[in-house]
Ligand binder design. Sequence first.
Ligand code: GLU
Length: 467
Amino acid sequence: MDTVITRFPPSPSGYLHIGGARTALFNWLYARKTKGKFVLRIEDTDEARSTEESVTAILESLEWLGIDWDEGPYFQTQRYDIYTEHIERLVASGHAYHCSCTPDEVTAMREEARANGKNPQYNGCCRNRNLPRADNTVVRLKTPDTGVTVVEDVVKGSTAFQNTEIDDFIIQRSNGVAMYNLAVVVDDLTMNINTIIRGDDHLVNTPKQILIYKALGADLPQFGHVPMVLGADKSRLSKRHGAMSVGEYQKMGFLADAMINYLVRLGWSHGDQEFFERNDLIEKFDLTHLGRSASMFDLDKLLALNAKHIQAKSPKELGEHLLFHLDALGIEAQNDPFTQGVIETLQPRSKTLVEMAQAAVFYYKDTIVFDEKAAKKFLKPDTMGMLTQTADAIEKLTDYTQENLENIFKQIMEDTGLGFGKIAQPLRVAITGTTVSPGIFEMLLALGRDKTILRIRKAAAFIQEMA
Ligand code: GLU
């Protein structure tokens, strides 16, 4: 085949949703894999429902996912002339005609057909009348009365549609605006699209689109209709199953790499491999392994994959993404060695970046507020001496290392006869304000010597004040 050219044509009447993102991803991956091209087109002809905010939201989500396009975005509303030109060509070549039947007349035809046990369709009344264009005429495609239109599909195999089921459908309204199927085909043709992967909710349109291709004397693209994404209750994924918009997952602290890893697995497989890095996906993606059965969206699986991607990234890479979530919590941080050290302590235990940011907050605070229960239990008069001893010993260290910190602990355990936990828990409360934190030594190291000493001394002072 020539250079593969795929496309993603969202209708901008909302955000980029899970299903749309998956379609975009499949097309993008195939283009990247084959070193082809990926075209972005905004299908905004439904002017009442299309908004600029929606276009912006869709573009932002694609950018966040790292799905970049080589051409576009094209806007259908800027292409009406091109549609008209093609419609005129179809009329001139006898493949389409002007029709002056009123909507009431067409309804009556349908009813009559139904009453006679036939398909309720437009009856072709203006087909051979050779009417000129007028204010009240629409343009209809002359469709075959016999035979079948076959959709060859890389996912579903071939499906034959009886041509008797397809009436002479309208391709241009009386106000001159092209109908959806016509616009899609003209766009795909003029943008040289040769591979179309889309949801199987569009399969009903495909035979009509094929008839338009044929009427224009054009070659057909390769089609692949993928099954819909379902919710846990096996109905089509929708808002009631939880967040639908890709932007919401970004806010919830998912990594774009985890998101695309999860999305691709909703309908494509490579053996039983679950975890894919972006480049690995580009290398392995193919159309032959697009699945025929619908997949179910499962938030727990997405969370588990996100945790794995968080673990697989370097602290520096994660830093870039974490800052956004720290900022949302009012923490001004830099992606510097301090933050990267913080990340290292949280990487093994964070399912999302939001979780990580929340768990990181204590590192950045100037003042630690002690949790009441934790303070009552662990910041007691008899721990004050141990805390001061620890701070003194840390102050005297020439090297602030894990080994030296461990030695300080050993020494205090020896001197006081206290167990490890009896030392670690009060320290943990002193440092974080709570009893849960990353491992004590890695945390102290990430926090740094000065802040560690300061916090321990403040906790000792707090005990004294309380006493
Ligand atoms: N604009 C359509 C949608 O958002 C896509 C049409 C197509 O892929 O042919 O569902």
